[in-house]
Design a protein around this ligand. Structure first.
Ligand code: NAD
Length: 294
């Protein structure tokens, strides 16, 4: 396939390189020369402009920071790609913008998918991402060979916007459960309970969850996690905050009641405000420990 890849950053760069490795013709574009050059080192051909990248594309993959940028890139490129090309937006963006992007694409005679991912930079490099996909069956079938290379699983969640909806529901739960796991280990510590004993109990009991079993926020217990590496990301707390805010925007617009999602957003907001970027989201355990009981 001729694939245009727009946005060759931490995620997009390795995803585009994996498509090249499996024999696709990938023409990439990024506004940041440094990121574009890294992708070029991995075999991605670079276009002089985004318009040039999409001119002969069967598929246009976008991996961009936010919904506003995705919509402006769609406005810029929809008239420049061959009719019937599939636009696959893999960025994590708000549901309303995702639906608007679909409408713009369809009005321009294109197929379209919202296809955010889970799995982070490691999953992007290893081709083991999970794609959560919204859009038509025809669009999904056309893009499936690309998902099969860039990821280990692609779930067709439903119609336009369903991929972004699934992503923010999952990540809202993840943020809440990481705070819950942190509180449990902090309470255990205050009670003088051994952290390994608590891990052994929770990981095989009704409190078990990914945040404890696979990504424990306490160093020295369970499988290796960012806690064993000075809380370097991993999954940056700033990205968790972005996803939590998207979940709260969507809850506000849809009328869903998510009090724990709302509180988790406030806690991560304070954590990121204090520490900036470059800290894994599991580091919130230390923040919570430092807070006085009110
Ligand atoms: P990044 O900042 O490393 O990459 C984004 C790239 O887009 C940058 O290279 C930037 O120069 C480029 N860009 C911005 N505007 C552009 C434009 N108009 N035209 C062309 N290029 C443009 O970010 P990332 O970590 O790769 O994340 C990308 C998306 O994936 C985000 O929506 C993020 O929420 C999501 N995501 C990230 C992770 C992660 O662990 N990093 C995990 C899951 C999902």
């Amino acid at each position: 396939m001729n694939v245009a890849f727009i946005g060759l950053g931490n995620m997009g760069g390795p995803m585009a390189i994996n498509l090249v490795k499996e024999g696709h013709n990938v023409l990439g574009f990024d506004l940041m020369a440094e990121n574009a050059d890294k992708a070029k080192e991995g075999g991605v051909s670079l276009a002089a402009s985004a318009e040039e990248a999409v001119a002969t594309a069967d598929a246009v993959v976008t991996m961009l920071p936010n919904g506003q940028i995705v919509l402006s890139v769609f406005d810029q490129l929809l008239g420049k790609a061959p009719k019937g090309a599939v636009f696959v937006d893999c960025s994590t963006i708000d549901v309303a913008s995702a639906r608007e992007a679909h409408k713009k694409a369809q009005d321009a005679g294109m197929l379209s998918l919202d296809a955010p991912v889970s799995g982070g930079v490691g999953g992007a490099a290893g081709g083991t991402l999970t794609f959560m996909v919204g859009g038509s069956d025809a669009a999904f079938e056309k893009a499936k060979p690309l998902f099969d290379i860039m990821g280990q699983k692609a779930v067709h969640c439903g119609a336009d916007g369903a991929g972004q909806s699934a992503k923010i529901c999952n990540n809202m739960l993840l943020g809440i459960s990481m705070i819950g796991a942190s509180e449990a280990f902090n309470l255990a510590d205050a009670l003088g309970l051994d952290k390994s004993a608590l891990f052994d109990v929770i990981s095989t009991s009704s409190g078990s969850c990914w945040s404890v079993n696979n990504y424990c926020p306490v160093p020295g217990v369970g499988p290796q996690s960012p806690a064993d590496n000075g809380y370097l990301p991993g999954f940056d707390a700033a990205l968790m905050l972005k996803d939590l805010k998207l979940s709260q925007d969507a809850a506000g617009q849809s009328g869903a009641v998510t009090p724990l999602g709302e509180h988790a957003t406030k806690l991560y907001d304070a954590f990121v405000e204090k520490n900036g970027v470059g800290h894994d989201f599991s580091g919130i355990i230390n923040e919570l420990k430092g807070q006085k009981r009110s």
